[in-house]
Design a protein around this ligand. Structure first.
Ligand code: TRP
Length: 448
């Protein structure tokens, strides 16, 4: 079993534990809230196609890169870039990652709070306590947002203080099969309802004329966000990874789990939108969606209420609880990055680091809770822009500073025959040419 380098760093207990924790980091609001919302508002099936291309061709190679850097250096993103070269610039890239993590976390907890609140909304609705139910559905209610986001953040801090294997790994172990199960049941229900086929068509039949630079830029940002790339979360998770694990294989499993759940979420939400429309719920104003940020939070409760009775109640409560858990395994990874930075670089104890960083982020969260319009702005700067820039810098670092061959050597520990496979030819080419070119082109086109 893995040996921790210091008590406060920690390590994963098992391969499955790592896969689940990394998949838990990947699978979150990005899959179930972000992805369907973007598909619905930005081009339907055409968006799905571009998203899949971005995930496999740009995201996956970068994931392998981050995990290799992390496992070699056994450090947080700032420390890792410092450890692998004497270059003074790249630790700043790591620091940018830490900042992106903090800022993403600040709005992520607010949205996670909405999801958590809706689990209770379903109960209040069932019992006819409409005032309480409506209080929870109001996504613009500052004090309510702040209250639930705080609960969420405290939960995250608590788990992080537990450390890597007892805290993070344990917390992520049962939720995935449950989440998939309940989603499949709901998809089965939705697809049999009138109107669903229009949503299925919108989701699966691409109209390629909808592809433009904005759509591609958004899909690329979404791919980075969903895979938790570009800010060193996987450098950090890789730093707890045992030498005998096969990095490309682990990355492939995490990528497939992430894409699979996003795909299922789309298959649920898009048809559900049209079922709701068919039932006379106003989700469109003319051709345009009436809302985007809280789209999922309007469609799904409407769906559960239309199912009605005890079944509607149970599905609703369980779904929103699972969504909250999926969000929690993601906030854990977002908070773990700045916490590991403080532990490694300032030699602070894990408990103290988790509380001080966590409470600091909470202050920003509360500001967002009262000004939810900040969500879009933060999402644009730190997610759509910040993460691809981090990914680009990672590619440049590996190509010109640390060298792809050193990364392959690191991968060899868990994948003995790697030099005889085609991977050693293809992956460096992607890291050197395809990924940076695609990212750079997208960023520039988006501004021009
Ligand atoms: N991937 C998560 C989601 O889809 C969000 C997330 C967790 C994340 N950790 C991250 C995004 C690190 C970027 C970087 O909801």
């Amino acid at each position: 079993m893995a040996v921790a380098s210091t008590n406060d760093r920690g390590s994963w207990n098992s391969k499955l534990g790592f896969i689940l924790a990394a998949a838990g980091s990947a699978v979150g609001l990005g899959n179930i809230w972000g992805f369907p919302t973007k598909v619905a508002t930005e081009g339907g099936a055409a968006y799905l196609v571009v998203y899949l291309i971005c995930t496999f061709l740009i995201g996956f190679p970068v994931m392998v890169a981050e995990l290799s850097i992390g496992r070699k250096a056994r450090k947080n993103p700032v420390g890792a870039f410092k450890a692998l070269s004497s270059n003074k610039f790249f630790p700043l890239v790591g620091l940018w990652g830490v900042i992106c993590g903090v800022m993403i976390l600040s709005f992520y907890t607010v949205i996670a709070g909405w999801a958590f609140g809706f689990a209770f909304e379903e109960i209040f609705y069932y019992f006819g306590w409409m005032d309480a139910a409506n209080w929870l559905t109001d996504t613009g209610n500052g004090p309510k947002n702040a209250l639930i986001a705080s609960v969420f953040m405290l939960g995250t801090i608590k788990i992080i203080t537990g450390g890597v294997s007892d805290g993070i790994e344990k917390a992520t172990k049962t939720m995935m099969p449950l989440l998939i199960g309940i989603m499949v049941i709901m998809i089965g229900y939705v697809l049999t309802q009138p109107g669903a086929s229009e949503g299925v068509r919108e989701y699966l039949l691409p109209d390629f004329s909808k592809i433009n630079t904005t759509l591609i830029f958004s899909a690329m940002g979404q791919a980075f966000f969903s895979l938790s790339l570009g800010m060193g979360a996987l450098i950090t998770y890789g730093s707890y990874l045992n030498k005998k694990e096969n990095i490309p294989q682990a990355a492939a499993l995490v990528t497939i789990a992430d894409v699979g759940i996003a795909f299922l979420a789309g298959l649920l939400i898009l048809p559900a939108m049209y079922v709701a429309k068919n039932a006379g719920i106003e989700i469109f104003v003319g051709d345009q969606l009436a809302s985007s940020t809280d789209l999922v939070f309007q469609i799904l409760p409407a769906l559960f209420h239309s199912i009605g009775g005890a079944i509607g109640l149970i599905l609703g409560v369980v779904f929103f609880l699972l969504l909250s858990i999926a969000a929690l395994t993601s906030t854990i990874s977002l908070l773990e990055v700045p916490v590991s930075f403080v532990i490694d670089e300032y030699r602070v104890k894990r408990k103290k680091a988790a509380w001080s960083v966590g409470l600091g982020v909470l202050v920003v969260s509360i500001i967002v809770a009262f000004n939810t319009s900040l969500i879009g702005t933060f999402d644009y700067i730190f997610n759509n822009l910040g993460l691809p820039i981090g990914g680009l810098m990672t590619c440049i670092f590996i190509t010109y500073v640390w060298k792809t061959d050193s990364a392959i050597t690191e991968m060899e520990f868990g994948f003995a025959g790697i030099r005889q496979t085609i991977f050693v030819k293809v992956w460096p080419f992607f890291i050197r040419v395809i990924c940076p070119a695609a990212i750079l082109y997208n960023i520039i086109r988006n501004f021009v």
